[in-house]
Design a protein around this ligand. Structure first.
Ligand SMILES: NC(=O)c1ccc[n+]([C@@H]2O[C@H](COP(=O)([O-])OP(=O)(O)OC[C@H]3O[C@@H](n4cnc5c(N)ncnc54)[C@H](OP(=O)(O)O)[C@@H]3O)[C@@H](O)[C@H]2O)c1
Length: 315
């Protein structure tokens, strides 16, 4: 087998970010396996994956023996399971340990760099679960790459700008709107993740997706969108104190999304720590690849069939 044709198994491949990973893995020529529950309602997508060449494996995360025999067939494991299933990844870790052949495991991180940020308590509790998985992987000496993909770009363009609502005159701005955030298009996150998953330079390392062209504040994003659409929006600011109060008063798990908005768009946690010489930043790794810029991402929203809005699961 050529060295870039590792067999890749993806957990959560039918999900919001998972489907981009599956398509990227197939596109980059990897034999691609998608693990999906027997009662998954994503039949049409699974059929599409199968027609693209993916191998669909039905099963449950609790079926350790089944996981072990499946793992023995592959080289690399990527988990893009949703937040409520983060701790279920302990089953995958257990099976990887037993199988003993996995060359790389990428757990379901794909957000802020959880080991380097300080955030509001509900978001901290969310990140604690992801950190617990990182620590378990390290403890078991499983070869890993931890990916900090920062904001999923189309997800947050839909959330912040609501481009699908043509009547909307108002845009909500969290805090002053001046903090910088990193927005990366999901298609690129898929491709870069498959690249780093098989890249020896990313073995046992954290890779941060922070391309220069994708760093933007809410106010800059709105102004760019106004230029592209020729429309002016009424900016309604939600003061920081109000967001903090909501994070304290809303019941769990509704307190998580407001805490994320605060951390990312008020505190600026995707940008408020410097990358040093020892850090791996994805856009520097592959001279032949480039991230879609935020400017280009907004153009995608002007075409027919733009990325659809999606709400991540918190329970
Ligand atoms: N940085 C960001 O901006 C951002 C935004 C959103 C999400 N994320 C992160 O990205 C990762 C993936 O999130 P996502 O929103 O893409 O996931 P998702 O679409 O909600 O779910 C992924 C897949 O998980 C499987 N699944 C659902 N419920 C399950 C259950 N009870 N047991 C086992 N499997 C189950 C489903 O696959 P089957 O139906 O095929 O079994 C589903 O398609 C998470 O770590 C999340 O925190 C980051």
């Amino acid at each position: 087998m050529a060295k870039n044709e590792s067999k890749i198994l993806i957990f959560g491949g039918t999900g919001y970010i998972g489907s981009y990973m599956v398509k990227a893995s197939i596109k980059l020529g990897h034999p691609t396996y998608v693990f999906s529950r027997p009662d998954s309602d994503k039949t049409e997508l699974l059929n599409d994956f199968q027609s693209m060449g993916a191998i669909i494996v039905k099963g449950r995360l609790e079926e350790i023996d089944k996981l072990v025999s499946l793992l023995k067939e592959v080289d690399v494991v990527i988990s893009v399971l949703a937040y409520p299933q983060v701790l279920d990844q302990l089953n995958i870790i257990k099976a990887i340990k037993i199988a003993g052949n996995i060359k790389r495991f990428l757990p379901s991180d794909f957000g802020v760099e959880e080991d380097r940020v300080s955030v509001l308590p509900p978001f901290e509790a969310f990140l604690e679960k992801k950190k617990k998985i990182r620590r378990a992987i390290e403890k078991e000496n499983i070869p890993y790459t931890f990916v900090s993909a920062n904001c999923l770009g189309a997800y947050f363009v839909n959330y912040l700008l609501r481009p699908y609502d043509k009547e909307k005159q108002e845009i909500t701005v969290y805090g002053t709107g001046e903090a910088k955030a990193v927005l990366n298009y999901e298609e690129d996150i898929g491709v870069y993740t498959i690249k780093v998953a098989t890249d020896p330079r990313a073995l046992n390392r954290v890779v941060i997706y922070r391309p220069e062209t994708n760093i933007i504040s809410q106010l800059e994003l709105i102004s760019l969108w106004e230029k592209k659409t020729g429309k002016m929006f009424n900016k309604v600011h939600v003061p920081e104190e109000e967001i903090v109060t909501l994070s304290q008063s809303l019941p769990d798990p509704d307190n998580i999304p407001v805490s994320i908005l605060h951390s990312v768009f008020v505190e600026g946690v995707t940008m408020n720590f410097d990358l040093g010489e020892d850090d791996i930043e994805a856009s520097a790794l592959y001279p032949d690849l480039k991230f879609t810029t935020v400017d280009e991402l907004l153009d995608i929203f002007l075409h027919d069939d733009p990325p659809k809005p999606y709400n991540a699961a918190f329970e």
